[in-house]
Design a protein around this ligand. Sequence first.
Ligand SMILES: [Fe+2]
Ligand SMILES: [Fe+2]
Length: 163
Amino acid sequence: MLISDKLTKGMNDQVGRELGASSQYLQLASYFARDNLRELAAFFFRQADEEREHAVKFVHYLVDTGGKVAIPQVMAAQDVASAEAGVQAALDGELKVTEQINDLSAIAAEDQDYAALRFLGWFSEEQVEEISTMTELLSVVRRAGDQLLLVEEYLSRRGEPHA
Ligand SMILES: [Fe+2]
Ligand SMILES: [Fe+2]
C-alpha cells in the first residue's frame, strides 16, 4: 500500500465533500434555471460537474495507491435564499475546501508521501482559480442587485470560466 491509513481516511472524507459540493452547485444551478437565468444556471451546472470530477480523481488516486475506497454520506444541499446568498455560500464553501486540501497536504507531508503531495498540489492550484472566479462572480452579483440580467450579460461575454 502506497498510502497511509490516515491519508486514505482523509481522502475518502474529501470524496464525500466534493460530492456534497457538487450537490450544492446543482441546487444553485436549479435555483437560477427556475428563474430562466440560463448563464448563471449553466455556470453552476458546470461547477457541479467539476466537483464530481474532483471526487472521481480522489477515488482513482485511492485505487491506484491501494487505499480502500469508502465513500461517506454526502451532505444534503442547502436551500438557496437569494442569488447573492447562494454565491456567497459557494465562495465560503470553496474557502473551506481550500483548508481541507491544505489539511490533506499536511498529512501527506507528515507521511513524506511525495506522490500524494504532487497530486494534492493540483487541487491547491484549482482552488486558487475557483476562489478567484467565485470572488469575481460575487462582486458582479452584488453590483447587479436585482438586475440579474446584467450578470447574465457578464457571464455570456466572459465565456467559459475554466477555458
Ligand atoms: Fe472541488
Ligand atoms: Fe470547487
